[in-house]
Design a protein around this ligand. Sequence first.
Ligand code: SF4
Length: 334
Amino acid sequence: MNKDTLVEVAGLKTYFFTDEGVVKSVDGVSFAIKKGKTLCVVGESGCGKSITARSILRLIDPPGKIVEGSIKMRKTDGTELDITALSPKSPEIRNVRGAEISMIFQEPMSSLSPVHTIGEQVQETIRLHLKLSKEDAKERTVAVLKEVGIPKAEERYDSYPFQLSGGMRQRVMIAMALSCKSRLLIADEPTTALDVTTQANILDLIRDVQKEYDMAVMFITHDLGVVAEIADDAMVMYLGKVVERGPVDAVFHDPKHPYLVSLLKSIPKLSADRIERLDSIRGMVPHPFNRPKGCPFHPRCDRVMPGRCDTETPPRVILGPEREVTCFLYEEGK
Ligand code: SF4
């Protein structure tokens, strides 16, 4: 593992074994999250981005299972931990959750207890991971609530989640991640349910705490605007596979994969001097049980090569340092 790498995922496959058949939610995904940097994972609903994130924390419930691949993490003491070798219920993985890696979701209510105050919940996380006395934990709780911009933190300590707005609840979740000094924050569409102003505030907060704590962020979104704003690196997924990956500037300014090219063409440009019709990607994301043969994007691709893309699996082509695309168009010699 590279010394700048915090988490390295190689050939990860997470499948769901249902009565109707096997859903290959994550099908051979490889990437790295660098220390203190932001990796944005982008794609349409059902592309496997959330399952990839949950696999890192071993939060896959049956009938789901990691069937292949490895997830390695560099711990605070510098040693490497093979997360895939741990049992999902082991004390080691419980220690990773919260202490090393925290996760926030689109709807904080799904993670917060409705019957405990926010202060109690943040304090509980602190006591569990930092082994502080009750008084010290309370002091730290109020300090982190202030740090994430919760007004009148001492009073808010006794509020229940339902008494807070969606944006404030998301701040509480970020406070939990900060409270135990996690080194990686996995944020799964944390701003999707918020209005635009609150969304901008939460993005600013994530950026600020990342800088302050040198925290790495894995940010999952379907919003390319958010990616452009916060990412150092970007990874585009389609039907369980990584179709393109690289530093965000390269991915945005020189997109290679036809799916990403089409996605970028579908964004309105403020600089356009005349009204233009936006492009859309034809067709729909296929049902997971009807996964197309060959390249999963071929039924929607404008550059499809019949006889090739619909029968063979496209190769993973390395275009440069940390830059890759999965498409026949970029095979060597093309
Ligand atoms: Fe299109 Fe073929 Fe490339 Fe898939 S492999 S994106 S179908 S050109």
